[in-house]
Design a protein around this ligand. Structure first.
Ligand SMILES: [Zn+2]
Length: 59
């Protein structure tokens, strides 16, 4: 068991309590893309096209 990745404080055997991964994504869309999922997807596609991944960015 581990803490849900959404930060809700619940314990789960997976990364998220079922459904909470969507909440985590929507939270970021609201904070960084003015609530626009299409803007988020455009940014994601653009970022992936550049070959930048989260693990690479950290290193
Ligand atoms: Zn949660």
């Amino acid at each position: 068991m581990r803490a849900c990745g959404y930060g809700c404080g619940q314990q789960t055997e997976r990364d998220f309590v079922p459904g909470h991964e969507n909440g985590a994504i929507q939270q970021r869309v609201r904070e960084h893309f003015d609530g626009s999922t299409s803007a988020f997807l455009a940014w994601l596609d653009e970022t992936l096209a550049m070959g930048v991944r989260a693990s690479a960015a950290a290193g």
